[in-house]
Design a protein. Structure first.
Length: 92
């Protein structure tokens, strides 16, 4: 049995990221660390969505569907809101 060595293809970059492959099958190999992209939703919209979700008898997924949000986005906002509302632990 013989092993063949594949020739390494030259590296390409896509908006600052190193990619491998051609066309729709290309894969991002590494991402440069930097700032996250700006939020798609304003803080006011997120807060209102959280309040609707908390006051509603519907599931988060149902509320998210009505607001045309990804359910995981709304779920994350609700968790963040609940964590901020927790009282600070007291030291003894």
């Amino acid at each position: 049995m013989s092993w063949s060595l594949r020739r390494r293809e030259p590296r390409q970059t896509l908006r600052g990221h190193e990619v491998s492959g051609q066309g729709p099958n290309r894969v991002v190999l590494n991402r440069k660390r930097g700032r996250a992209p700006p939020s798609k939703y304003s803080p006011k919209f997120r807060e209102e969505a959280v309040q609707i979700a908390l006051r509603s008898s519907k599931t988060i997924s149902e509320v998210a569907r009505e607001l045309e949000l990804n359910p995981e986005t709304l779920r994350g906002c609700v968790k963040k809101h609940q964590k901020q509302q927790e009282p600070a632990p007291t030291r003894n």
